[in-house]
Each structure stands twice: as C-alpha cells, then as structure tokens.
Design a binder for this molecule. Structure first.
Ligand SMILES: NC(=O)c1ccc[n+]([C@@H]2O[C@H](COP(=O)([O-])OP(=O)(O)OC[C@H]3O[C@@H](n4cnc5c(N)ncnc54)[C@H](OP(=O)(O)O)[C@@H]3O)[C@@H](O)[C@H]2O)c1
Length: 187
C-alpha cells in the first residue's frame, strides 16, 4: 500500500481554503485531480467530504474521517466511515489523502502514518478577495515535507499551478508513481 497526499496550496502562505471553500477554480487542476485519483481509494475529513458535490466523487471509494461514529454517508456501497486514522496503518489499497487541513496535518505529523508520496501543487496568483471566512493553511505540512521528502522530476506548470511530486526519503520507488507522473504530465 502506498499513501499519497495530494493538495493545492496558495504559494508562500500555504493557504488551502477560506472557510469551507477553496479560494480558486482552475478547471485543468480539477481534471488532473480526477485523472490521478479515479478508480482509487481516498480519505477525507468530514468537512471536505461535505464539500464534494452531492457528497460524492464518482468512480472513487471515499473514506470519511469523523469523530461521529454514526455519521451517514451518501453512498453506502462506496463510502466508509472511520473514526481512527490508524485504520489505514494496514490497508490493502493505495490511498490518496485529499484533505482538508486537519487530515493532512494528522498524517503528516505522525511518522508512522506519513504519506510516501506528496503531490504538491502551488497556486501562483494573488487570492481573490471575494472569499470571506477564516483562512486555513498547512504550513506545518510544508515544513515536514521539506524535511522528510525529496522532489522528483521537473515541476510541471499547468495554467496558474505548479506541481511538484515529492517522495519520502529512503523509500523504494512506489509502483503507483508512474501512474501519478503520467497523469500529471498529460494535459
Ligand atoms: N486546496 C486543497 O487542496 C484542499 C483540499 C481539501 C480541502 N481543502 C480545504 O480545507 C478546508 C477544510 O479543512 P478542515 O481542516 O477545516 O476540515 P477537514 O480536515 O476536511 O475535516 C475536519 C473534520 O474531520 C474530522 N476529523 C479531524 N480529525 C480527526 C481525527 N483525528 N479522527 C477522526 N475524525 C477527525 C472531524 O469531523 P467531525 O467534526 O465530523 O468529527 C473534523 O471536524 C476547507 O477550506 C477546504 O476547502 C483544500
């Protein structure tokens, strides 16, 4: 099993959301996210899960982290509730960690749970002022990434977003890396 964190952050301040929203919309980035994650298992915090249209992402298995053990998912066949992130310590599938901030921080702060690969996208333009709410950033995750991971390949620019893939230092090249790099380079 390979764990992959995938995020898009505002460059420099590492903001990934304002209130419940992602403060940018880059359709090529959404398409790329779909290419990378389709057919795979994803884990999301309850807030992020609730933000998916109709609380779903087609053609993906969604694992929702919540403290509420009776939490009702929208699709009983394809969505699963977890109250403990250690459920993924042993897991039979590759797993994409798709946020939000509390979930990235949970995995990145725990050496035994850390992802093997990080798909680190940076949104370059200034943030629009149309979004109100509390900014959410993942600075501790970026600091841990710079310490424990090394970038591979050439950063890829697509529209306003630069993506770099990072692999945890000292691990064997995971099998899924080829799929990730292909999906990133495909435009
Ligand atoms: N730019 C990006 O790449 C990206 C990606 C995803 C999300 N986001 C943004 O991130 C923000 C949301 O992040 P967030 O931190 O507020 O919310 P979140 O991480 O999506 O979800 C938080 C919820 O997860 C559950 N949770 C947290 N820690 C847990 C644990 N240890 N065990 C079990 N459940 C746990 C809790 O659910 P309960 O309250 O139900 O107990 C908590 O309220 C939004 O702005 C969103 O747009 C950005």
């Amino acid at each position: 099993m390979t764990k992959i964190a995938i995020w898009c952050r505002h460059t420099n301040d590492n903001i990934i959301g304002i209130g419940p929203n992602i403060p940018w919309h880059v359709s090529s980035d959404f398409k790329r996210f779909k290419r990378i994650t389709s057919g795979h298992h994803l884990v999301a915090g309850q807030t992020t899960y609730e933000s998916f249209p109709n609380r779903t992402l087609p053609n993906r298995k969604l694992h929702v982290l919540t403290f509420e053990k009776d939490y009702q998912v929208s699709d009983l066949d394809n969505h699963f509730v977890h109250t403990d992130y250690h459920d993924f310590d042993t897991f039979n599938h590759d797993l994409f960690i798709v946020g939000g901030a509390s979930i990235y921080k949970l995995f990145m702060a725990d050496k035994t749970a850390m992802p093997d690969v990080i798909i680190d996208s940076e949104y370059l333009p200034d943030l629009s002022t149309q979004f109100t709410g509390t900014p959410v950033d993942i600075t501790p995750c970026i600091e841990a990434m710079r310490l424990h991971y090394e970038p591979i390949g050439i950063p890829q620019r697509l529209d306003d977003i630069i993506t770099t893939v990072w692999v945890k230092k000292g691990i064997q090249t995971p099998k899924i890396l080829e799929h990730i790099l292909n999906a990133i380079h495909q435009q």
